[in-house]
Design a binder for this molecule. Sequence first.
Ligand SMILES: Nc1nc(=O)c2c([nH]1)NC[C@@H]1CN(c3ccc(C(=O)N[C@@H](CCC(=O)O)C(=O)O)cc3)C=[N+]21
Length: 280
Amino acid sequence: MTPGIIDGKAVAAELRARIAARVATLPFTPGLRVVRVGHDPASGVYVRNKDRAAQAAGLDSATIQMPDTATEAELLATVAALNDDPAVDGILVQLPLPPQIEAAKVLAAIDPAKDVDGFHAMNAGRLATGQKGLVPCTPKGVMHLLAAARTPVAGARAVVLGRSNIVGKPMAALLLAADATVTIVHSRTRDLASECRRAEILVAAVGRPEMVKGDWITEGATVIDVGINRLPNGGLVGDVDFAAARQRAAAITPVPGGVGPMTIACLLENTVEAAIARRG
Ligand SMILES: Nc1nc(=O)c2c([nH]1)NC[C@@H]1CN(c3ccc(C(=O)N[C@@H](CCC(=O)O)C(=O)O)cc3)C=[N+]21
């Protein structure tokens, strides 16, 4: 592993191996169902990689593909059937959903005990109040990466760039729970560059290709790049100007091969946790 570059692929492979070993000891097979409506390109790679990883870890995993013309009622009926199916431990409804479907309504319909995305308000509230629950996969994966990079979190100044419900907010909650001093910055923040320069841990999750410049990084920082941006030329880049940032960072995640593989490994981890909590 190149010094300074956090190998998310390798850390994810280790985590998946630990999960597979755990699954092999269970008297039941944890079940995961991913529901995909339509063919949003951002979801394609994810769905394929996830099914492969889940099966390799010994889970019973399947994707339920619905047409992009599916109605909200049809999707809610699918979710209700999965809620009622005792063989299903984890339910994930791929986002984004087509415009005729209100995502918030669908997420609210998932049994919180099977909500392996951790997007239900019940799980978000548990995370915000320090109670046990299912934690969103990407922020959970970032915490694993910080541990793998041996980055101290307690007492560290952490800056989270982005305030989405699926990454920024739960990321800030997890860092806070781990005793970091957390700042959330976003598109309306007055001076993004100088806020980011204060970060000992910088987590970028805005979905804007290479928006974070090299001189936004303080010497010795750990930089976690959550962005996965497809360029018109087909290339894949993060939210951070990697070549420039790595000159200053003590540790930095690449794209691809950084946070993405951890998101998938943590989905498996959440499915096993949900299965043990339900049937344990
Ligand atoms: N309910 C829901 N939950 C999600 O977690 C969710 C979602 N909907 N909709 C789509 C996004 C996207 N997403 C990815 C996860 C891993 C990779 C991943 O493993 N990427 C690899 C390969 C990337 C590539 O080669 O294209 C990497 O970064 O190295 C990518 C994308 C999860 N999402």
